[in-house]
Write a new protein. Structure first.
Length: 503
């Protein structure tokens, strides 16, 4: 099936994974974007700061430094002592000292740092003022500037806090040589650098908050997606269950229909068979009834005559005795044929009594001499409930079946009589099984039809009588046979209701 349960589960799992991957990917991308964005903001900040310092310094340079009143915080610069006009006095006696651009910047950077704790410095690999000597990161950055870098910008820790540090070069211009020429610099060389360190903590705070919001949003979207997936999966499962139920219903309907057709066909065949049987019996009844009656009396007379001869001729020779026996047997056969004939056309109303199955079968066997080449096996459980039938009629039916079974085994064999109870149906089935010649199915089909016989002798009424008798007692008889293996006749009869229950 296309939509079996494991397939749905697999699809839902795949969809969940795909959805999680999409949401996760988007979240990762967004988080990365935010941290990049915040870094860019820090970079703008650093640039603005450096630009401002440079502008300030350029302003001071443009004025060749500025004169300020010397104080404890800003004493005359010892590194300018070589300048003759470092310290001047105004016309009204006020003292002033020269502040070179670097000095100015240094003072401003150290005393007026920005609100975010920005730290600005100017530094050089060959500082005039040892206080301007570079720290480890600045040294590395200055070296890279000397190799031609236009700007060095990196994240580096200061006192355990991540900072964005940016440095730009100061090149030597002709004007610088006035004070720095003595250090051996030439125009175009890198004099040093100006750098700023921006703490990343506030940017990371902002980014963290934005990332948290992004993550929360993604989480909600992810959950909603999973919810939809769940609903979808449930629907799919329901649809699948419904489809399976519908399929099952259709299958059931088909089966019912087929069964009905089969049943009807069987009923029709049975009805047809019954009709044929009835017609034959009716016709037979007319003839056989009369003939049977007419033959009964002469046969009775013959039977008595033979009995008389046998009693009055005790010393007759063996040949006479043998012939008398033959006559007696043949008369008995004829009487049975007549009895069958009469039974076949008219079955006496059965008088039901409670009969033990084993006794019934044993009595039947006692009245019938089984050929010595046939061994008889009885298979009757002791626990069988009794039958509720006309004992004489059932004995006659069983007798006919026994006789057929023995006839089917001319070369000997095994005759098995077994009985089985079907408690729920309230019936007992007696199987008469032979290991004889067996029958083809066309023969089986006609077996219970009047006047059908496969025997050289016999008029084909034995099984008709069996069927009539069994049916009259509320039972039925069936045959199963295989050519060369033997036949089983199964007689099913009502069992007597258990004691205490009214029949
Ligand atoms: C008026 C003299 C003077 C002029 C002109 C001058 N400087 Fe300086 N510069 C100094 C003095 C003095 C210091 C040390 C200041 C201090 O930190 O006390 C200094 C410091 C520096 C420093 C810091 C490193 C160090 O050596 O201490 C740099 C970088 C620097 N100058 C670059 C320049 C450049 C580039 C020019 C040209 C555009 C220039 N200076 C022009 C006097 C001058």
């Amino acid at each position: 099936m296309l939509h079996d349960a494991p397939a749905i589960r697999r699809n839902v799992l795949a969809a969940t994974l795909a959805w999680s991957a999409i949401v996760g990917g988007s979240l990762g991308w967004g988080m990365y974007g935010i941290s990049q964005e915040s870094l860019k903001l820090a970079q703008y900040e650093a640039n603005a700061y450096i630009d401002k310092d440079i502008a300030f310094r350029n302003w001071a340079t443009a004025h060749g430094g500025v004169y300020v009143p010397p104080s404890e915080v800003t004493p005359p610069n010892p590194y300018l002592s070589f300048m003759p006009d470092r310290d001047v006095t105004t016309t009204n006696g006020k003292h002033l000292t020269l502040m070179n651009p670097a000095y100015m910047l240094r003072e401003m950077q150290s005393r007026f740092s920005g609100p975010l704790g920005e730290k600005g410095r100017i530094t050089s690999l060959k500082p005039l003022n040892p206080g301007n000597a570079p720290d480890a990161w600045e040294r590395g950055a200055l070296l890279r500037l000397e190799q031609g870098a236009k700007e060095v910008s990196e994240i580096s820790d200061i006192d355990g806090v991540a900072h964005l540090r940016t440095m730009r070069p100061f090149g030597v211009e002709p004007g610088c040589l006035k004070c720095h020429g003595q250090q051996g610099y030439k125009v175009g060389e890198i004099r040093g650098g100006i750098d700023v360190a921006i703490s990343l903590a506030p940017f990371r705070d902002i980014a963290g908050r934005a990332q948290f919001k992004l993550a929360t949003g993604h989480g909600v979207v992810w959950c909603v997606g999973l919810l939809f997936l769940g609903v979808f999966a449930r629907r799919a499962q329901q649809r699948q269950t419904e489809r399976a139920l519908a399929d099952e219903a259709i299958r059931q309907l088909n089966e019912d229909l087929e069964n009905k057709v089969r049943e009807r066909t069987q009923q029709l065949l049975a009805a047809q068979e019954a009709l044929v049987r009835k017609e034959k019996l009716a016709m037979l009844g007319q003839v056989a009834g009369n003939v049977g009656h007419e033959l009964r009396n002469p046969l009775g007379v013959m039977s008595n005559a033979v009995f008389f001869l046998q009693t009055v001729l005790p010393q007759a020779d063996d040949i006479v005795k043998e012939y008398l026996n033959i006559i007696r047997n043949e008369v008995a056969v004829s009487e049975r044929i007549v009895a069958d004939l009469l039974d076949a056309v008219h079955t006496r109303e059965p008088s039901a009594e409670t009969v033990n199955v084993r006794e019934l079968i044993e009595q039947t066997l006692r009245k019938y001499t089984v050929a010595p080449s046939v061994s008889v096996q009885l298979n009757i459980p002791a626990t069988l409930p009794p039958l509720r039938v006309d004992a004489l009629q059932i004995q006659q039916a069983l007798r006919n079946l026994l006789s057929n079974a023995v006839d089917a085994m001319p070369d000997g064999g095994t005759l098995e009589i077994a009985a089985l109870e079907n408690r729920s149906a309230g019936t007992i089935t007696i199987h008469v099984r032979d290991t004889g010649t067996g029958m083809t199915s066309p023969v089986q089909a006609q077996l219970f039809q009047p006047l059908f016989t496969t025997k050289a002798r016999g008029i084909g009424l034995g099984l008709v009588v069996v069927k009539n008798l069994i049916q009259a007692n509320g039972g039925n008889v069936q045959v199963e046979s295989e050519v060369g293996k033997g036949s089983v006749f199964s007689v099913t009869l009502p069992s007597a209701p258990p004691a205490g229950e009214t029949p």
